[in-house]
Design a protein. Structure first.
Length: 294
């Protein structure tokens, strides 16, 4: 099947009209109709349900549309990569990651030069949905707090600290770190248990045989910080401070309390060398930043 015909199929699927699609792709309507029929013959299925004045995707067409989009996207990316190679430039990549990862890892990494890698865009997603989004989007790789599932290739990037945050009038405000044993004597504001940072905190407290004085939960790190700023307790998040809060590392017997970060990508990705270069640069940056603040 030809990429040109796949683009025609996608145009018709979006316009739900051969006439409108023909105008869009600048092809005569009879020619476009013939090529769609030819595509259906090649695939052995009807991609559209045709009724007088109505053209909609069939069940087979709905299943084929994401495949067609992926094929066209990969072809466009391949052309872009080869054009960049011809200019001596590296492949421009798009990443999908949690908002805090974008804000506090990727953005500073790129602002500092990005180690020569070319990151053109970042799509924000919840950590638990990063790799699901990667598989159905135009992103080239993802970063999450969990390893990428098969069939994706996965690599450990490093660790990012879980930060205790208190308002400026708190007795700990002038400190750079707090021991876990002291931390649990304060009311804690934690993320819900679907958040990996929360799981890391719970595990560390349990392993140390400690019992928190009190715990409140929220699904939003920004709201956790707002509650802490309002004097409701000490919040534990991976985001940098907002609302004038002061940041403290959390010390345990094993060292600073941290959350792991993993990258994942398609093993057959056309720009795999560029992704590996990006991953290595991010790994070095994570190690440097953790050493800097520890």
């Amino acid at each position: 099947m030809e990429l040109r015909v796949l683009r025609y199929f996608l145009a018709v699927a979006e316009e739900e009209s051969v006439t409108a699609a023909a105008r869009r792709v600048r092809v005569a309507q009879p020619s476009l109709s013939r090529q769609l029929r030819g595509l259906e013959a090649d695939l052995g299925v009807d991609l559209f349900t045709r009724r007088p004045g109505s053209l909609t995707l069939s069940a087979a067409g709905q299943r084929f549309r994401p495949i067609a989009r992926d094929l066209v996207r990969r072809a466009e990316q391949a052309a872009e990569t080869m054009a960049a190679a011809g200019r001596g430039a590296s492949a421009a990549l798009t990443v999908v990651a949690a908002p805090s990862t974008v804000t506090y890892l990727l953005a500073p990494f790129m602002a500092g030069g990005g180690g020569g890698a070319d990151l053109r865009d970042a799509v924000q997603e919840e950590p638990s949905k990063v790799f699901e989004t990667l598989l159905r989007s135009d992103a080239d790789f993802g970063i999450s707090t969990i390893p990428a599932p098969a069939p994706l290739e996965s690599a450990f990037l490093g660790r990012t600290p879980v930060i205790a945050q208190v308002p400026p009038d708190h007795p700990w405000a002038g400190r750079s770190a707090v021991d876990l044993a002291d931390l649990v004597t304060e009311p804690l504001i934690l993320m819900t248990r679907s958040n990996v940072a929360r799981l890391v905190v719970d595990e560390a407290i349990s392993r140390a045989g400690l019992v928190p004085a009190g715990v409140s939960e929220t699904g939003s790190s920004a709201f956790a910080q707002a509650l802490s700023a309002a004097g409701r307790g000490v919040c534990l998040v991976t985001d940098h401070a907002r609302f004038g809060l002061t940041e403290l590392l959390v010390r345990t017997h094993e060292g600073a309390l941290t959350v792991p970060l993993y990258a994942g990508w398609d093993t057959g990705h056309y720009a795999r060398p560029a992704i590996l270069e990006m991953v290595e640069g991010l790994r070095e940056y994570c190690a440097h930043e953790l050493n800097r603040i520890s």
